[in-house]
Design a protein around this ligand. Structure first.
Ligand code: PEP
Ligand code: MN
Length: 349
């Protein structure tokens, strides 16, 4: 339900309305639209109707929200900017085009440090790298687990780059908190509702990847599972969907970007690496993402892709990543986007 207040409504009147909604256990997201407060409410619609909010002082009108994803829906609200306090404050959303880069998996400290230093110098704003790896085969490298997290923490301190890493299970969240600036939910876990609900109870940004089989509506409803318990810092990621094509690992659904930007206020990024499965396609797909209106990209980079323990075929070398960030920096201003300044390393390793 959407509650529009009068332009002259007082703060106390708006608070009364909010309290009445929250008293029945519904969630409220307040947005400012043309100088007036609009309360977006998510909860039991019949119970919300029974509150007869339209009769409260300060309320102008009340509407049903037609979309099933009540808090994620755009509903005229401005873009949400997810702020990442991290070692160096960063943001995803708004005019910024954010670049996340790093290896598929943390393999050892040296390769992580080498990659992080290279991508940071080339303009990456956040470091990615999996410590817990959801692999299609149980016999493939599963990641270094907690040892990998410690390496991420160390390289984060050395470079100042905030860390994005994947959480596979709700039981891992607490141990990960000291090392993680953004929790990644992988494509395979997009509908792990227990995990999503737990991430909704913490105050740390979540990067939610679209499942290869999910519709855009299912992705937005997955986001709603994180928003509903109270975590508003959700970033959506298009990473390719399964189609009949065999020349690429997945098919990048580039149309999902403008559709999502219209449907939701949440930031939307693209992962061209997992979409393509081929390093030679990462640059053109990244430029397509920028042109389509994405708020950033997440790209896999490895110092020696041929030796990577996972996803070497789709990993860029550091010099290929430099070429990519140069191309992004050249195109971004033409599209009204800003590329954040390159970070100075916090201290040399
Ligand atoms: C990853 O980012 O390393 C990953 C496993 O991606 P996805 O969940 O999109 O397959
Ligand atoms: Mn990968």
């Amino acid at each position: 339900m959407l509650v529009k207040t009068h332009a002259a409504a007082t703060a106390a009147e708006c608070d009364d309305v909010r309290e009445r909604i929250e008293a029945i256990g519904a969630r409220v997201r307040g947005v400012n639209a043309n100088g007036r407060t609009v309360l977006i409410c998510a909860g039991d619609t019949a119970a919300l109707r029974r509150l007869r909010l339209e009769s409260m002082s300060g309320v102008e009108s009340v509407f049903d929200i037609p979309q099933p994803y009540k808090l994620a829906a755009r509903n005229g609200s401005a873009d949400t900017i997810v702020r990442i306090p991290g070692p160096t404050p960063t943001q995803i959303g708004g005019r910024t085009f954010t670049m996340i880069a790093g290896p598929c998996a943390v393999e050892n400290l040296t390769m992580l440090r080498t990659t992080a230093t290279a991508v940071g110098a080339a303009g990456a704003n956040l470091l990615r790298g999996g410590a817990f790896k959801p692999r299609t085969s149980p016999y493939a490298f599963q990641g270094l687990g907690e040892a990998g997290l410690e390496m991420l923490g160390q390289v984060r301190a050395e470079t100042g780059l905030p860390v994005v890493t994947e959480v596979m299970d709700a039981r891992q969240i607490e141990a990960m908190l000291p090392y993680v600036d953004v929790f990644q939910v992988g494509a395979r876990n997009m509908q792990n509702y227990t995990l999503l609900a737990e991430l909704g109870r913490i105050r740390r940004p979540v990067l939610l990847k679209r499942s290869a089989a999910a519709t855009i509506e299912e992705l937005l409803l997955a986001a709603e599972h994180i928003l509903a318990p109270g975590n508003g810092d959700v970033i959506l990621c298009e990473r390719g969907v399964r189609a009949r094509e065999t020349k690429t690992r997945n098919t990048l659904d580039i149309a999902a970007v403008p559709v999502l930007k219209r449907e939701t206020h949440l930031p939307v990024i693209v992962d061209p690496s997992h979409a393509a499965g081929r390093s030679d396609l990462v640059l053109p797909l990244s430029l397509a993402a920028l042109a389509a209106g994405a708020d950033g990209i997440m790209v896999e980079v490895h110092p020696h892709p041929a030796e990577a323990l996972s996803d070497g075929d789709q990993s860029l070398t550091p010099s290929e990543f430099r070429a990519l960030t140069a191309a992004i920096a050249a195109l971004a201003p033409l599209l009204g986007r800003e590329v954040p300044a390159v970070l100075e390393p916090v201290r040399a390793a």
